[in-house]
Design a protein around this ligand. Structure first.
Ligand SMILES: [Fe+2]
Length: 271
């Protein structure tokens, strides 16, 4: 029963001196999230990181990120978000994920597929360098079509940074995935895809794309204020940080849990 843990929008941030303070909020938040995963009663099969892993795209930020993740004895599969540097991300995780680009360009979009205990995780970069919105574009859509066609009967999770559905918060929806309709049409041809998982919006939400259930993941650091008015406020809020746990490939529909960061033990047993 593959268990995929998802962290998103970690935003490890260096200060003005280019160094990462060990007491900074994102560092403490990631350390707590790692402790939460280590305290789960069952070890997950992998961790997927759906972008905005660091804040400024600096080497010191990636160095701290990988050090903080190192206690997790499971594979780690990263994707960039709009704050990441593709080349530095590739270098930071080169020994943990198949991140090489086909033409050797370290700034090429990150895309790869891995098998995890009889299921597939397909990771596809939706970032547009220098722009905040998301887009796959014709080349990545073609790659995705071919990649999914290669294993039509294997339960599959597709990971992206930008959500392929509007969550109802206006300023975020203006920065969503622009070619979500094309992605939806593609997914309708590949019914083995059980879940599309994303980040970017710093809060948990559930929607759909092409008939597939799609979710967004909380940030391990700060959550965005749920303001559905128009134009609404673009603000962070004090909601608890968290992560997602996806249970897939069981022969039953995939299940997603949203877990607040923390170490939670049984309080009392129920009959
Ligand atoms: Fe973010």
């Amino acid at each position: 029963m593959p268990i995929i843990v998802q962290f998103s929008d970690i935003h490890i941030a260096a200060g003005a001196d280019g160094e990462v303070d060990d007491r900074s909020g994102p560092v403490r938040a990631l350390r707590n999230a790692v402790s939460s995963v280590l305290a789960l009663p069952e070890r997950p099969d992998c961790l997927v990181l759906t972008g905005d892993l660091v804040d400024r795209g600096l080497p010191a930020e990636y160095a701290r990120l990988t050090a903080l993740l190192s206690p997790l004895p499971i594979p780690v599969y990263p994707l960039p978000g709009k704050h990441d540097d593709r080349a530095l991300l590739r270098a930071a995780f080169a020994d943990r994920a198949p991140l090489e680009s086909p033409d050797g360009d370290p700034q090429a979009p990150v895309r790869y597929a891995v098998e995890i205990a009889g299921t597939r995780l397909v990771c596809c970069d939706t970032t547009v360098p220098g722009r905040p919105h998301g887009e796959l574009g014709p080349e990545l859509l073609d790659w995705l079509e071919a990649t999914l066609a290669a294993a039509p009967r294997t339960p599959t999770v597709l990971a992206v940074h930008h959500p392929p559905f509007p969550i109802g918060v206006r300023f975020l929806d203006e920065l969503a995935l622009r070619d979500a309709a094309e992605l939806g049409a593609l997914l309708a041809r590949h019914p083995q895809v059980e879940r599309v998982i994303s980040g970017h919006v710093h809060r948990a939400a559930v929607g759909a794309v092409g008939g597939v259930t799609a979710v967004t993941c909380p940030s391990t650091y700060r959550q965005i204020y749920l303001d559905t008015t128009s134009p609404g406020q673009a603000a962070v809020t004090g909601e608890p940080a968290g992560f997602a746990v996806h249970i897939v490939g069981t022969g039953r529909p995939a299940v997603t849990h949203f877990v607040p960061t923390g170490v939670y033990r049984p309080l009392m047993h129920v009959d």
